[in-house]
Ligand binder design. Structure first.
Ligand code: NAD
Length: 252
């Protein structure tokens, strides 16, 4: 039996990187998938890829930092295949997009801080706020945090604060909704070569050498963990954070 047979999934930020990989793996494992992204062309391309491989997918345009977009996204997804029971709150932005790359805390502009928090933290809050009441028959939510949700990283204070917040929301939701049969967990990837890190990433560069495996992780390597966490094989896993970082946090 496939890992997610008969399940209905929704992935935010599903048009690229880790979210795209999750959409494809969820579909491969038998789920119907709502691919949500603020970039609707990217979401549509992923939905087409799934359909071409014989799966079921729907693309929806949504900015997770806008409450009305989140509600519309969830309505569209529930309307398409029946109630979603498997959410991956993955959409996020990095320091490049907010012009805070390489800046120590005191140099971060308030506007850039607000944008980072608005997408990475308020976006996850809004998703959880409107997803939790819909999971009347239980289900799974996985949030995409980061190793920056567990430790400090230099010159990334806004990102690190947003991701620590995602871990905090994960734990809060888990303790409040476990009794309702809803499991809420977070993944904390190390460095994965996606557009979020910029276009110059290659194995062997300084960032990739920071973990004991001395390479970037792939989007698939994160998405496989998310698929397992979303499945009934993880039925007693709740409120936990899972690193997939090549051993980075195991070192000092
Ligand atoms: P990516 O840039 O490849 O993909 C992010 C996707 O999210 C894009 O399709 C983008 O359009 C979408 N998106 C951005 N803001 C959005 C919004 N407001 N509403 C809806 N969609 C939005 O990046 P990625 O590396 O796949 O990142 C996915 C998640 O993984 C992020 O939350 C990121 O913080 C986290 N993460 C990434 C890494 C890494 O090294 N790449 C490490 C740890 C955690």
């Amino acid at each position: 039996m496939m890992l997610l047979e008969g399940r209905k999934a929704l992935v935010t930020g599903g048009g690229s990187g880790i979210g795209r990989a999750a959409c494809l793996i969820f579909a491969r494992e038998g789920a119907s998938v709502c691919v949500a992204d603020r970039n609707v062309e990217a979401a549509e391309a992923v939905a087409r890829e799934i359909a071409n491989a014989g799966g079921r997918a729907l693309a929806v345009e949504a900015d997770v930092s806008v409450a009305s977009d989140v509600v519309r996204m969830l309505d569209r997804a529930d309307g398409a295949y029946g109630p979603v029971d498997c959410y991956f709150n993955n959409a996020g932005i990095g320091t490049t997009e907010t012009h805070s790359r390489g800046k120590p805390l005191a140099d971060i502009e308030l506007e850039d801080w607000n944008r980072m928090i608005g997408v990475n933290l308020t976006g996850v809050f809004l998703c959880l706020k409107y997803q939790l009441p819909r999971l009347k028959r239980g289900g799974s939510i996985v949030n995409n945090a980061s190793i920056g949700g567990l430790i400090g990283l230099p010159n990334a204070a806004a990102y690190v604060a947003s991701k620590h917040g995602v871990v905090a929301l994960t734990k809060s939701a888990a303790v409040e909704y476990g009794q309702a049969g809803i499991r809420v967990n977070a993944v904390c990837p190390g460095h994965v070569a996606t557009p979020l890190l910029g276009s110059n990433t290659r194995d062997g560069d300084a960032l990739s050498m920071r973990n004991p495996m001395q390479r970037y992780g792939s989007a698939d390597e994160i998405a496989e963990l998310v698929a397992w966490l979303s499945s009934s094989r993880a039925s007693f896993v709740n409120g936990s954070t899972f690193t997939a970082d090549g051993g980075r946090l195991a070192g000092g």
